[in-house]
Design a protein around this ligand. Sequence first.
Ligand SMILES: Nc1ncnc2c1ncn2[C@@H]1O[C@H](COP(=O)(O)OP(=O)(O)OP(=O)(O)O)[C@@H](O)[C@H]1O
Ligand SMILES: O=C(O)[C@H](O)COP(=O)(O)O
Length: 396
Amino acid sequence: MKTIDQISFKGKRALIRVDFNVPLDENYNITDDNRMTAALPTIKKILKDGGAVILMSHLGRPKDGPTEKYSLKHLVPHLSDLLGQQVEFADDCIGEDAAQKAKELENGEVLLLENLRFYKEEEKGDVAFAEKLSKLGDIYVNDAFGTAHRAHASTAVIAQFFPESKFFGYLMAAELNNAEKILNGAAKPFTAIMGGSKVSDKIQLIERLLDKVDNLIIGGGMAYTFAKADGGNIGTSLLEADKLDLARSLVQKAKEKGVNLLLPVDNVVADKFANDAQTDVAKTGEIKDDWMGLDIGPETVKLFSKVVEESKTILWNGPMGVFEMDTFMVGTKAIADAVAKATDNGAFSLIGGGDSAAAVAKFDMVNDVSYVSTGGGALLEYMEGKELPGVKAINE
Ligand SMILES: Nc1ncnc2c1ncn2[C@@H]1O[C@H](COP(=O)(O)OP(=O)(O)OP(=O)(O)O)[C@@H](O)[C@H]1O
Ligand SMILES: O=C(O)[C@H](O)COP(=O)(O)O
């Protein structure tokens, strides 16, 4: 793997694509800075070598050019705190001002460019736009694992302008190594925990995992499609009506492959989708008409936790319930506790997916698991066996 360890950045300007697509509240406070802290080792290595750093990223999905809401300037104070030095900001990612600021950057200094997606050329993978960006640095570093599944100007297309000087950053290398550990070197028993809202998002991953795991745990909103497929009543719980056959076939495949497939046996149900809803516990398949399942129930917690605690490799993608509401976070928290316990006993645990990572951060358990991935879609696609454009662009 071509990583930044292979060169010295002394006297060089490194143009680093990072994924600083972090959640911000209404006052522009960063509510989870995992993606920023994860990029620090790469930035620090380059500064320590005696180089200068130019950071570029997207934030959100702006539709109509520059907007206050999606400005990366909101990240400057926190990034400066994290690095212990003032970070410069260019309020346009290309153009004269950015060029001037990049040129004048002294070794040891850091410049952050404005949101790349203020130009539609970024997502289109426009070559001329990529070339303009490429002029800002001497060496291209891709450390944006979270965006590696996008073939955009700054993540993939730009690499052609650095044929001899393109490298993976430390975060990218760590993410790829950890994903490989799960895919091709997992100690057994290997348990995958799948949750979240939709089974359709995760079909390919589930199918691939059936060849690798000993246990497959399915919880969260997607479990209701399985309950319905089994002929149960699910009330107004989440359902993907067009995925019932698929659910049945996944159950069948698990059986054929000897995978222990675990689905919820009981559920926390509510009379409305709200934190102050009336709640009850219902057996799977026995949810009353106007009620919805919003978390796994206490018996399920016991069943899932036992399997998780006995595992040596754990991949967790997607929460067990609507953990954003305190009333329905119990199941997700209990599974997080089980993952932490297994990790403490020597298991390797990888948490992937934006929402699972947010849940672990909410419970303040980031240090209790082996690795929290900064990738949502990127990790899923990599695990599904797809080649990530951001990775390919450096490798080829
Ligand atoms: N029983 C349920 N009913 C409705 N929504 C649910 C239920 N269980 C979980 N969810 C919701 O599913 C969402 C997470 O699903 P998603 O598939 O996006 O997970 P993820 O893979 O961790 O995240 P991402 O796709 O962002 O990487 C959460 O917002 C959670 O509230
Ligand atoms: O949050 C993410 O998954 C990445 O930053 C990619 O963002 P996108 O889905 O808007 O391309």
